[in-house]
Design a protein around this ligand. Structure first.
Ligand code: ADP
Ligand code: MG
Length: 314
């Protein structure tokens, strides 16, 4: 198959939304940005063997490559609109492309995010997606607004994806249904866009947890010039994580990445109103304080921020 028929078959989507003036097929896309909004954009590269095991199902690769980008928009409080796809692959494999583009299209449709262009090249498998969204002027949710006294919250549960990865790479043994659940959390993360629309009206700071709670929390406290304490007994653990030895479960929850939950801070006087409106699961795991740069547990022990770091030791 020729590169152009490949693009036409898999990546030229029907029925572009009205805010897409020119989509795939010309030299560049042309977009109508809604009045009184700011453009919010983020890019993530996904490399086989680094960001996902080589044998990950292609449908999951398509899903996750967009999901992690949508999660960045959720962390900012933005509404997804469009994305571009730079795809590098070793060969043209119709079955692979069919499954990959299906996974991509399903999640794109779910969150109304339209593919407007990209680039296709030959090489080791790598997927780069740049996502674009919009937000009302001045309303973006940053990492830098947390204040002493704010409550520290998480959506969903954490540690699942890291356990899922351990079952794939390290032969970590787990009951079949727990294994299935954790691998699904690893391969099919759900960007917390619905939650983010409520969070953005109450939170002082927000980010998505991609590298592990302790490391990602250190970004919020450094950006906000504050400290934080976490109560380990409050960490939201799925039934699958609760089936592990408790210390292991807490370690996965603190240092495991890839869950794509939102970590955010809510001022104490807004907590009741926030909780009344938020119907999905959220959990208060700690509090922001003025112990600058430090994260401590319930016994005042200092946490080391050890999540995933691509350049560790290099
Ligand atoms: P150019 O050489 O001008 O950069 P290309 O031949 O790379 O153009 O791409 C032709 C059209 O197909 C462009 O509109 C581009 O955005 C689109 N395109 C190329 N690869 C992809 C892809 N993987 N996904 C979506 N659109 C793509
Ligand atoms: Mg061109």
């Amino acid at each position: 198959m020729h590169e152009f028929s490949l693009i036409e078959k898999y990546f030229t989507w029907a029925n572009p939304p009205s805010d897409v003036a020119v989509a795939v097929g010309d030299d560049a896309a042309v977009l109508n940005i809604p009045k009184h909004t700011q453009l919010v954009t983020s890019v993530d590269t996904f490399i086989a063997g680094v960001h996902f095991p080589e044998n990950t199902p292609p449908e999951a690769i398509g899903h996750k490559a967009l999901a992690v980008n949508l999660s960045d928009l959720a962390a900012m409080g933005a509404t997804p609109k469009w994305f571009t796809l730079a795809l590098t692959m070793p060969e043209i494999d119709d079955a692979w492309l069919g499954d990959f583009s299906l996974g991509l299209k399903k999640i794109a449709d779910q969150f109304d995010c339209f593919l407007i262009g990209g680039d296709t090249t030959r090489g080791n498998l790598s997927i780069t997606i740049q996502v674009m969204g919009v937000i009302e002027q001045g309303k973006a949710l940053l990492r830098s607004g947390a204040k002493a006294g704010d409550r520290l919250y998480l959506t969903g549960t954490i540690g699942d994806a890291a356990v899922g990865l351990a079952t794939l790479l390290d032969n970590f043994s787990l009951a079949a249904e727990d294994k299935h659940y954790c691998q699904k959390r690893l391969n099919y993360p759900s960007p917390r866009l619905a939650q983010s629309q409520i969070i953005k009206r109450y939170a002082t700071a927000c980010m998505d947890v991609s590298d592990g709670l302790s490391q990602d929390l250190s970004h919020i406290i450094n950006a906000s010039n504050v400290g934080a304490s976490i109560d380990f007994s409050k960490l939201p653990l799925s039934p699958s994580l609760q089936s592990l030895n408790h210390q292991d479960a807490v370690n996965y929850a603190l240092t495991g990445g890839d869950d794509y939950e939102l970590l955010f801070t809510i001022p104490a006087d807004k907590e009741d109103a926030f909780l009344k409106e938020m119907k999905q699961k959220v959990t208060c795991v700690g509090i922001i304080n003025d112990d600058f740069g430090n994260i401590r547990d319930q016994d005042q022990n200092q946490l080391s921020g050890t999540g995933y770091n691509h350049f560790n030791g290099k």
